[in-house]
Design a protein around this ligand. Structure first.
Ligand SMILES: [Ca+2]
Length: 208
């Protein structure tokens, strides 16, 4: 009888041991604070059109500015953020002025192992996270250009943000970048971080 109890105890111990999950690899967050923040803008000046319906129009008419992101600090560019505005004339469809200065912000992976987290509704748009949200490998990712802002057109859908976190992934390390829109079609790049433990999630804004 004593022997039987011992066997049952041993069996229970073995089952318990097998059931135990192996511990998850520890998070190692690598954080970069840009000091000072980096600002890029495309509009340098405005002119007043002769057409009273047009208001202030930006100069130059068509302009692009870039920010090259080296996420893992190995001197190789991983992503490029592009801010652009360009003129589109659609007088026949869009009213008196018909001149639109469409503004876009896009991000594209430069590294073939670079991915961008997509919006849960549309696969054409970037996903905007806030600091309560987890960025994880089970989110939707793309290795192609994604649009984060599209405004001031006449025939195009509007898409915008003010202060946001975007989810990035490089060599299976999940990351965020913190951005803020500023005047003159500009963007302020503030800080970013990645979880160096592959495939482990990171909370938007998590620094340690
Ligand atoms: Ca890099």
């Amino acid at each position: 009888m004593k022997k039987n109890i011992l066997w049952i105890a041993l069996l229970g111990f073995l089952i318990f041991s097998c059931d135990k999950e192996s511990p998850k690899p520890k998070n190692e967050i690598v954080f970069f604070d840009l000091q000072p923040d980096i600002s890029i803008t495309t509009i340098r000046d405005y002119y007043t059109s002769m057409n009273p319906f047009c208001g202030q129009l930006p100069l130059p008419n068509d302009s692009i500015a870039y920010f090259d992101l080296d996420l893992n600090n190995d001197s190789e560019i991983d992503f490029q953020i592009e801010v652009r505005h360009y003129q589109q004339e659609l007088t026949q469809y869009c009213g008196h002025c018909g001149i639109f200065h469409i503004k876009t912000i896009q991000i594209k992976p430069i590294n073939s192992n670079g991915f961008i987290s997509l919006d849960t509704v549309s696969n054409y748009w970037i996903r905007n996270y806030d600091t309560t949200q987890l960025i994880s490998s089970s989110d939707s990712w793309t290795n192609e250009n994604v649009t984060g802002l599209l405004t001031d057109g006449c025939m195009i859908p509007s898409l915008s943000f003010k202060d946001t976190y975007w989810g990035l992934k490089l060599d299976n390390m999940i990351a965020w970048i913190h951005l803020e829109r500023i005047g003159n079609n500009g963007l302020k790049i503030k800080e970013f971080a990645y979880n160096s433990t592959e495939n482990n999630s990171i909370i938007a804004g998590q620094k340690e």
